[in-house]
Design a protein around this ligand. Structure first.
Ligand SMILES: NC(=O)c1ccc[n+]([C@@H]2O[C@H](COP(=O)([O-])OP(=O)(O)OC[C@H]3O[C@@H](n4cnc5c(N)ncnc54)[C@H](O)[C@@H]3O)[C@@H](O)[C@H]2O)c1
Length: 424
């Protein structure tokens, strides 16, 4: 993570860029949403602060609050509201941000001071909360994955609702805040590596983030400080468990393991470059071989797209020796050089027969959540397409969900293009 350092480094340029957008920028030719809605009439002017409300203020929510506090200090936003179903976290967040406390996200959405929300709740709440936020006229920064693995219909619904209401939705995947992808996309479109036929990418590390999720109070029980029903939402109605509440990533009911937790990060940038649609079929494999959790700790998937490419995504939570991202075409490759060892230096383009003329496109912002937020705020003002837009997130979600369904059923998952639904 390079949030803080890059934030301070970029702050002057970022502020200048930010103020150049806004209402004036909204008139620019390349508008993402060309038709303004009633809600847009409330859109903030270039120098007005955006009121941000935070739904889910646990681990990731705190990262986002830190970033937004920095933006607040730079004059871009106000941190106006916080919401969590666990009282101590809501109170700590209110103290940290000065925001008003809510214990139900719908109440936060009714607050007119909230222009945009940050959703960092467990996976299965993302889509419902984002849809409600959009319908309340808010723009949304939503954590990945877009939905729980069982909610493909909700993912599509969220995409449709965002489009209909012309709201900005930035989906918070880790490596997506980089203009290099647009450069690479153009090269692929121009046929510089030929027809793209094969892709590999992976996410490898030692250590799960499930068993190790902290339990701040082992004696916590449902009551005024802990709303178990709101935590469950539409999940199976099971009796309270302190582990399920605080370590939800270990359980199928609330999480999907590495596919939706981690592979989403490495696949989204590839998607942005290749502009893929829905896959034809997906095979998911892996298992739970080291840690004590329901969801896998090793996860591999093969996603075949109609007429290519065939995409292989790999993961282990037991070993950090990984593979780098490579896009293979019939005339050459794009290679995420430096992805190994967590050094993100840039993409290398190699054309067959011209190996001595390698081209190098440096990364500028990959892995920078601060930059993703700067881009979000800019897009809230300018209504331009954000780095990690909803339509891409819906299509990324499909193969990940399919891999999990395939793994669980020990079957190949197919995608029915007519109904845009998963068949297993
Ligand atoms: N982009 C990234 O790099 C990244 C990193 C970490 C987490 N995440 C994502 O962020 C989300 C949160 O993860 P986390 O690690 O912060 O989990 P967490 O358990 O630490 O935080 C989630 C918070 O949401 C609260 N919550 C649960 N149900 C709620 C509801 N219905 N309404 C309001 N609040 C509710 C919980 O009480 C908790 O405080 C996950 O979806 C995860 O995938 C993304």
């Amino acid at each position: 993570m390079k949030d803080q350092s890059s934030l301070s480094r970029d702050k002057t340029a970022s502020r200048r860029r930010f103020l150049q957008t806004g209402a004036a920028g909204a008139a620019a030719a390349s508008l993402f949403y060309s038709t303004l809605t009633i809600a847009d009439e409330r859109a903030k002017g270039a120098n007005e602060r955006i009121g941000v409300g935070f739904i889910g203020v646990g681990c990731r929510g705190n990262n986002h609050m830190d970033i937004c506090l920095h933006h607040r200090d730079q004059g871009f936003c106000n941190t106006v509201a916080v919401c969590d179903v666990y009282g101590p976290r809501a109170e700590a967040a209110a103290k940290k941000t000065g925001g008003k406390i809510y214990r139900n996200y719908r109440d936060l959405l009714a607050d007119p001071n909230v222009d945009a929300v940050c959703i960092a709740t467990p996976d299965r709440h993302h889509a419902r909360q984002a849809i409600a936020a959009i319908e309340a006229g808010k723009d949304v920064y939503c954590e990945k994955p877009l939905t729980h693995w069982s909610q493909m219909d909700l993912a599509k619904k969220l995409g449709a609702v965002a489009e209909k209401n012309k709201r900005i939705v930035q989906v918070g995947t880790q490596f997506v805040a980089d203009d290099a992808y647009a450069v690479l996309r153009k090269k692929v479109r121009d046929g510089e590596i030929g027809k793209v036929v094969h892709v590999q990418a992976g996410y490898f590390r030692r250590g799960d983030w499930g068993e190790r999720m902290p339990i701040p109070d082992p004696n916590a029980r449902p009551g005024s400080d802990l709303d178990w029903q709101q935590f469950l939402g539409d999940a199976p109605q099971v009796p309270f468990s302190v582990s399920r509440f605080f370590q939800w990533r270990m359980f199928w009911d609330y999480a999907g393991g590495p596919a939706t937790d981690l592979l989403v990060h490495v696949f989204t940038p590839v998607f942005c470059v290749l502009e893929l649609d829905f896959p034809q079929r997906v095979l998911g494999g892996g298992g739970t071989f080291q840690y004590h959790r329901e969801v896998p700790d090793q996860c591999n998937l093969i996603a075949d797209y109609p007429d290519g490419p065939s995409v292989v995504l790999m993961n282990s939570l037991s070993n950090y020796v990984g593979i780098k991202t490579i896009i293979r075409g019939t005339k050459g490759i794009i290679d995420w050089e430096g992805m190994d060892g967590n050094k993100f230096t840039g993409a290398r383009i190699v054309r067959f027969g011209k190996e001595d003329q390698k081209e190098f496109i440096p990364w500028r912002g990959m892995g920078d959540t601060g930059k993703l937020w700067t881009n979000f705020f800019e897009c809230v003002k300018s209504r331009q397409r954000p780095y990690s837009p909803i339509d891409v997130a819906v299509k990324v979600q499909a193969p990940l969900n399919m891999a999990i369904l395939s793994h669980r059923a020990s079957k190949v998952a197919l995608f029915d293009r007519e109904t845009e639904s998963i068949v297993i």
